[in-house]
Each structure stands twice: as C-alpha cells, then as structure tokens.
Design a protein around this ligand. Structure first.
Ligand code: HSE
Length: 403
C-alpha cells in the first residue's frame, strides 16, 4: 500500500484527488501496488466533497504518520509550503509539487535534502502545467549540452493576449475570463507582471545549466504595457505578440535569462500557440531544436503532471530519482543588456525626428493611428543603443523581436 497526503485543496489539489479517484485502477496497475489518498490538509472543511472524511487541519498528523509515503504540496507560495516540504522530506516522505515559486527560490536546498533523506522531490507540474518538460530535460535530453530555452510559460497571459488579438477583448475582460477558468494565480499580478514566467524559466535554466538561477537575477517585464495598437502594428508586419521566457548559455558559461513581451514571426511555431497553451523550445548541441507543447494551466492538466510524479515516486521507492543542480551565485548570470536584437518601437514625435533617428526604416501602419504616432522595427542593436536613438521621442512601447 502506498499512502498519499495532499496539502492544499484548491484548484490543483482538488484536481489531484479527482484524478487519483477517477483513474485509480489504472494508477494501481502502473504502480503495481495499491495507491490510496489518506489525508487532505486544508484550513477549510469541505462537507459536500466526496473527500470530506480525509480532511485534516494539522500538518503534524501527516508528518507523524509513518504510513504516509508521498506528500503532494499544492499550497503554493514559499512560506508555509516551504516549512511543510522541509518537514515532510525530513520525515522521510517523498514530496511532489506544482509550486513553481518554491522550486524557483528553494529548489537547490530541497533537492539536496531529498537526496540526503533518500526520497524524491519532484516538480513536473511546476513548469508548463500538463506538458512533460522537467523529466525530458533531465533524462531524454541528458546527452546534450543545452544552449537555449525559450518559451511561452504562462497560460494566463497567453490566454489574455490571444483574446485581445482574436476577439478584441480589453485586458481586464480577458483576465476575468482567465480567472474564471482557474488559470490565474490567486493574485494575478504574478501572471501579468511576468513573475510566474520568471519562476518557470529559473527552474528550467537551473536544471538545464546546472546551477541555481534565482528570480531576482532575471529581469522581468509582463504584459501590462501591451496595447491593442501594438497588437495591430504587430499583425501588420506578420507577427504576434507573445510573453517569452528565455535563457541562453553564453560561450563563457554564464546564463543570460529574462522575461519580456516579444514580437514573434507568424512562421515561428511559438506564434501559433494560443489560449492557455504553453510551448517550450529547447536547443541542444546534439538534437538541435525540440519543442514541447500543451495545456500550461488548469485543474486537470496540472493534476495530470502531479499524479505522474506521484506514480513515479511510488514506483521508485527504493531507487530514488537523481535530479540535482548546484548552488547559485552572482557569477551564474549575466544581464541581457548586451544582447542585440531587432526592436519594435511605438512612439510619438515628428516625422523629421523619426527619419533622423531611424533613417531607411519602413514605418508600420494601422487603422485609426493618431497624428504623431509611428511604429517600426529597428535593425539589431542593444537596448542602450536603442535608447540613444529614442532620445527626444516619446517611446510608448518597446519590445524585442524574436530572431
Ligand atoms: N497561473 C499559471 C499560468 C498557472 O497561468 O500559467 C500554471 O502555472
């Protein structure tokens, strides 16, 4: 018998209970044992839930029960969740999580603790919702030196951008829909300001490049500055606006990572990733480019990844999975300031100023553009060089163009 406890009965936690119940017979066959949900920890009671009899309010009940083998942490955040994860690992229980904030901030420490205790710490659901990406990166692509990771890593913002582009919805209306669908974080600021995508690129970069990359080392810009005018200009030149997380290993071994909106050519597969879907491209020195695609948020897709980790932990009770990266440091990363790219610029100024700043560039057009507004795509340059050109103009939107 393998006993599981779920911490936090929100969108993902309740999805995990549902998948365990619905697919119970299939899961038992996979595990080759009986897998049972023994406890659900939450501050609330759920009297109308079929799982009402499993609800407990005191973590020590789970911590001190030697029958509990696997703890599923779906609380979120990096406070209570950190304390409970440490205590569960210390008590010799494997921990499975969808908590990207915790892994991005404390993954190195928790992986080490799991290793010391001879148990697993697994977090497939922390990046890309239901998309398999952590295990493929750690195992299937293990032969490669990873050179670059680039992806649409947040379902909520991709949903919002898609609804703005396709239905002409306002930002607020699209966000409301994403919240109703259970995609957004409790505080959606983490989604729209790019912090959620930042945590996810940190996890991928740490795993791919071998040392912990912390969120504070990754410059992050969300989508609150994207307007319907930008969407129209992008469309006029055959591009879509996407929030991308990128991490590249430079020849000197340093990692250059950032999160920002980009203009993506419609021919690029990332441009076709819509709604709540996420996609991650990985460039390896042997395999070349490989892309992972699927539902990046939502109750059951995320639960699918969590339960797969539960099955993995249950099947490998005696041969623990080795997932590991080394401690981080200021020497791990380098700022993207030196990274050249073409830029999309929407600004206000006179025709003369624009011609002087960007000679030979073709101006983009959109219906209803006011007098004095212009937009264009620059030649490749650094952000500092671009800011020099923009002096004297009023820059409204400035986004990189994905090469
Ligand atoms: N809020 C997150 C998203 C949930 O929208 O992608 C999945 O991590």
């Amino acid at each position: 018998m393998v006993n599981v406890a779920i911490l936090g009965f929100g969108v993902v936690g309740s999805g995990v209970a549902e998948v365990l119940a619905t697919n119970g017979a299939h899961i038992d066959r996979k595990v080759d044992d009986l897998l049972r949900l023994k406890y659900i920890l939450d501050v609330r009671d759920f009297p109308d839930s079929p799982f009402a009899d499993k609800v407990v309010h005191d973590f020590s009940v789970i911590e001190n029960d030697p029958e509990v083998n696997i703890v599923v942490e779906t609380i979120g955040g990096a406070k209570v969740a950190l304390d409970f994860t440490r205590r569960a690992l210390m008590a010799g229980k494997s921990v499975v999580t969808s908590n990207k904030e915790l892994v991005a901030e404390h993954g190195c420490e928790l992986l080490r603790l799991a290793q010391e205790k001879g148990v697993s710490y697994l977090f497939e659901a922390s990046v890309g919702g239901g998309i398999p990406i952590i295990r493929p990166l750690n195992q299937c692509l293990a032969a490669n030196e990873i050179e670059e990771l680039c992806g649409i890593l947040n379902g909520t913002t991709n949903y919002i951008l898609t609804r703005m582009i396709r239905a002409g919805l306002s930002f607020d209306a699209a966000l409301k829909e994403a919240q109703q669908n259970g995609y957004a974080e409790q505080d959606p600021t983490a989604d729209i300001e790019g912090h959620d995508a930042c945590r996810k690129i940190c996890i991928l970069a740490s795993l791919a490049f071998g040392r912990h990359v912390y969120p504070r080392q990754v410059p992050t810009e969300g989508i609150t500055g994207v307007t319907l005018s930008d969407v129209a200009y992008a469309e006029s030149c055959g591009r879509k606006i996407k929030l991308l997380g990128r991490a590249m290993r430079r020849p000197d071994g340093k990692v250059c990572a950032y999160v920002a909106p980009h203009l993506v050519d419609q021919e690029n597969p990332l441009a076709g990733v819509e709604d709540v879907f996420n996609a991650i491209t990985v460039k390896g020195n042997a395999i070349g480019d490989v892309m992972f695609y699927g539902r990046g948020a939502g109750k059951l897709p995320t639960a699918s990844a969590v339960v797969a980790d539960v099955i993995d932990a249950a099947r490998h009770k005696d041969e623990k999975k080795r997932m590991f990266w080394a401690e981080g440091g200021e020497d791990v990363t380098v700022s993207p300031a030196g990274l050249e790219s073409a830029w999309y610029v929407r600004a206000e100024g006179t025709g003369e100023q624009v011609r002087a700043a960007f000679p030979d560039r073709t101006l983009l057009a959109r219906a209803g553009a006011p007098e004095g507004e212009f937009a264009l795509i620059t030649e490749p340059m650094t952000r500092a060089a671009l800011d020099g050109r923009l002096a004297g103009l009023k820059a409204c939107s400035v986004f990189r163009v994905l090469d």
